[in-house]
Write a protein that binds this ligand. Structure first.
Ligand code: GTP
Ligand code: MN
Ligand code: MN
Length: 381
């Protein structure tokens, strides 16, 4: 009798919003590789390819154990020819040539550096690269006129490209809560984005603000911003007002994916406890030891996104701003293709019944969509 080695064959539903994706990942080598190719595609303005790699990575993230052989992947959704080739290379050779050469390529490195500037997207970076600009030095020397966001982005480049810790996010949350309570008592502040999903670090800190009495939230953002500015908590901010009602949407018109909440993209000046300790250390240090401004100043710059939502749309806004980006995209795809509904961060429209479906919680929205409820900590697709 010959014992066949047991091969675990995995089974995974096709939409990420049907799956529970925690932060635990048994296949980080494979998912890091596919995520890098996704990022490279997105930075090269090839969004279709980017999504394909993101979907493939997301399927591997939910597998309960490390993939050992290609045969285990039979029948899994979202694994296209290209992704399978990358996986095969890694399983057989320990690495993928495509991934390794992408990492080393001048174009990828330049795109990473330039889009690391807040306010610079893939299109602007590509234009600069065509002009021979590959790094910050060359950008500064080029004499290009930068907009206000990009100037702030360049000025605080190192801080913004250093990830934000959970502890820092909590300090920022206290600042935002204090600001909001001061200008509109009773208003609620909720931490969204990656930190709501349980991540220990992030590229920014995201908040959603609302007030249980509909209408009280109108005009809130400028007041919050003024309060924060008066405390010298802001290094940069750009507020965009709510344009939902003026848009072509409204009753009978299905909502688009673009959301129109009043929002503020900002850079906070965060005085941290650790930084203050570092400053005191420095003052005690013997003279002559050179330290850069960066290391001695008692604060750091942190990207913060603030969004204000009317209470009636709060559940949609919360679901829409919690992420992950792929999870959101999959929810909208599920709604459209499987349910003939249109989901946005404002509303859910049923094309068959020709009406908006109300929701006062995220659970309500999953129920309308015929999906099992997935809590934030399991939306890490
Ligand atoms: P890190 O910040 O990198 O840790 O991850 P994150 O998941 O928090 O990403 P990010 O801050 O970029 O976005 C948080 C959530 O807000 C995601 O679900 C995005 O889909 C959503 N989001 C970001 N920008 C927009 C936008 O312009 N419109 C809408 N509707 N959602 C957005
Ligand atoms: Mn975020
Ligand atoms: Mn954000």
């Amino acid at each position: 009798l010959v014992n066949k080695p047991e091969v675990v064959v995995f089974s995974v539903p096709s939409y990420a919003c049907q799956r529970r994706t925690t932060l635990e990942n048994q296949n980080t080598t494979l998912t890091d590789a596919l995520s890098l190719l996704a990022e490279n595609a997105e930075l090269s303005n090839e969004d279709g390819r980017g999504v394909a790699f993101r979907r493939a990575a997301a399927v591997l993230k939910v597998l309960p154990s490390a993939v050992q052989s290609m045969s285990q992947l039979t029948g899994l959704p979202c694994l296209g020819e290209h992704s399978l080739r990358v996986i095969k290379d890694i399983l057989e050779n320990g690495a993928s040539n495509e991934v390794e050469s992408t990492k080393k390529s001048e174009k990828y490195k330049a795109l990473k550096v330039l889009t690391g500037i807040f306010g610079v997207g893939a299109k602007t970076a590509a234009r600069w690269i065509r002009e021979g600009i590959h790094n910050l030095c060359q950008l500064r020397e080029s004499g290009h006129t930068l907009n206000r966001a990009q100037q702030a982005g360049l000025e605080h480049y190192d801080d913004i490209n250093q990830s934000v810790t959970k502890t820092e996010a909590e300090v920022i949350q206290e600042m935002v809560e204090k600001a909001v309570a001061s200008v509109l008592p009773g208003a609620q502040v909720v931490l969204t984005g990656g930190f709501r999903r349980g991540k220990m670090s992030g590229h920014d800190v995201d908040f959603l603000i609302t007030h249980p009495e509909e209408g009280r939230e109108v005009g809130l953002m400028p007041k919050v911003v003024s309060w924060l500015e008066a405390q010298d908590f802001l290094l940069y901010q750009k507020t965009t007002r709510n344009s939902y009602l003026e848009s072509k949407e409204g009753p009978g018109r299905p909502p688009s994916n673009m959301d129109r909440f009043e929002r503020c993209l900002s850079i906070f000046k965060l005085h941290s406890v650790e930084n203050q300790a570092a400053v005191q250390d420095v003052t005690k240090r013997v003279e002559g030891e050179q330290r850069s401004d960066e290391q001695t100043r008692p604060w750091r710059a942190v990207r913060v996104d603030l969004v204000v939502s009317p209470f009636s749309q709060f559940a949609f806004a919360l679901l829409g701003w919690t992420g992950s980006k792929l999870f959101e995209r999959e929810l909208r795809r599920w709604a459209g293709y499987e349910k003939a509904m249109c989901l946005s961060s404002h509303a859910l429209y049923d094309n068959k019944q020709r009406k908006y479906l109300r929701a006062s919680s995220e659970e309500d929205i999953f129920a309308h969509l015929g999906l099992e409820y997935i809590p934030p900590s399991e939306r890490n697709a």
